[in-house]
Ligand binder design. Structure first.
Ligand code: KG4
Length: 338
């Protein structure tokens, strides 16, 4: 019996999960509302909140799973990439616990975790898993990547953003319009009532499969500045159309490169990961391609798309199965590719 306790603390969610023999038994996440009033994650506040949350979150995950500490075979933890102060809380806790229980530590790369979220299954969850190789569009507040997944431990980044991430672009759009944080879900909600073709904004011309979102943000900013000169109420009056048009542009940018990756690789099993995968228009674009282009698409439940320890447990489970453990003196890291 292989029982994994997983810990994720790379950004502003403290999460713990328990997975036994490939089946998820619990997944508990404490989110941090303290950042809302600042319009973005404040690293020092995130680290402090992780310190407060980590013990009750791990405790609850074990209780919900009905697993005692002595039954844990290995502890999987996100070593990076992420906010270093945040990572240190989870990593130090995981190391201390592994040491005290005399069990091995498993290092998980946060981005690989997001991809392997597609394999997380509870006992009664019979969704099909993607066959290898498949492509994964990973879109979150910090990442926009097209990844070719050959095996759990063999992933290749085909393209990625050279500046802002897709979620960051949506968050900034909301911020410019004076809406709340995180902006993605707010833009999504407003866009449902707006005309997506009301306005057009600049689209990048980046070579290959890479992305760029900073030009779109600037184009949006300049457009609003011009409109506000003649109509100070422009944003309030047209916020639904603005949200819908901005969101459409983000989705078109994402899908244009993904379409190209599908053409170039010939792979038609396509997965969607990361917090932005909750977006209605992006999900619809995936479903459209399933119907029109014969793709088989994989969109996991929302609980496994935002930062969560279930995906870390899944990634850790594969590694623990092949005795791929991590020395206790290996440090957390802020940046990396897969
Ligand atoms: O993966 P995630 O939870 O963690 C980070 O990378 O921080 O992704 C968060 C991102 C944020 O930018 C948020 O605005 C975006 O996901 N997001 C959405 C939606 N829900 C969350 N973006 C668009 N539409 C949504 N419904």
């Amino acid at each position: 019996m292989l029982t994994i306790l997983a810990i994720e603390s790379s950004c502003d969610d403290t999460s713990a999960a328990v997975l036994r023999d490939g089946i998820l038994l619990s997944n508990v996440t404490a989110s941090q509302s303290v950042h809302e009033k600042y319009g973005g994650v404040v690293p020092e506040l995130a680290s402090r909140a992780h310190q407060q949350n980590i013990v009750p979150v791990v405790d609850t995950a074990l209780k919900e799973a009905g697993v005692r500490r002595e039954e844990i075979s290995a502890i999987a933890v996100t070593l990076g990439p992420g906010l270093l102060g945040s990572l240190l809380v989870g990593v130090s806790f995981a190391k201390g616990m592994a040491l005290s229980l005399g069990i091995p530590l498993v290092e998980v790369n946060h981005l690989q975790g997001h991809v392997l979220a597609h394999f997380v299954r509870t006992a009664d969850d019979k969704r099909p898993v993607p066959p290898y190789p498949f492509l994964c569009l990973l879109v979150s507040g910090g990442n926009s990547q097209i990844i070719r997944v050959n095996a759990p431990s063999d992933m290749e980044i085909l393209g990625q953003t050279i500046d802002d991430a897709a979620g960051e672009a949506l968050d900034k759009c909301a911020k410019i319009m004076g809406l709340g944080y995180p902006g993605g879900p707010i833009i999504d909600r407003l866009a449902r009532q707006g005309n997506a073709n009301a306005y057009s904004f600049a689209k990048p011309t980046i070579k290959g499969l890479d992305y760029s979102f900073s030009g779109l943000k600037t184009s949006f900013l300049y457009f609003l500045r011009d409109q506000l000169e003649t109509d100070p109420n422009f944003i309030n009056t047209y916020q639904n159309d603005l949200a819908a048009s901005f969101e459409r542009t983000v989705v078109e940018i994402l899908m244009q490169k993904l379409d190209r990756a599908v053409r170039e690789t010939g792979i038609r099993h396509i997965a969607l990961s990361g917090g932005v995968s909750a977006n209605t228009a992006l999900r619809q674009a995936f479903i459209d391609r399933q119907e029109r282009k014969g793709w088989t698409v994989y969109i996991p439940p929302f609980a496994y798309t935002t930062d969560n320890a279930a995906m870390i447990a899944q990634a850790g489970y594969y590694k623990a199965q092949s005795n791929d453990f991590c020395p206790l003196d290996k440090p957390a890291f802020a940046r990396t590719t897969i």
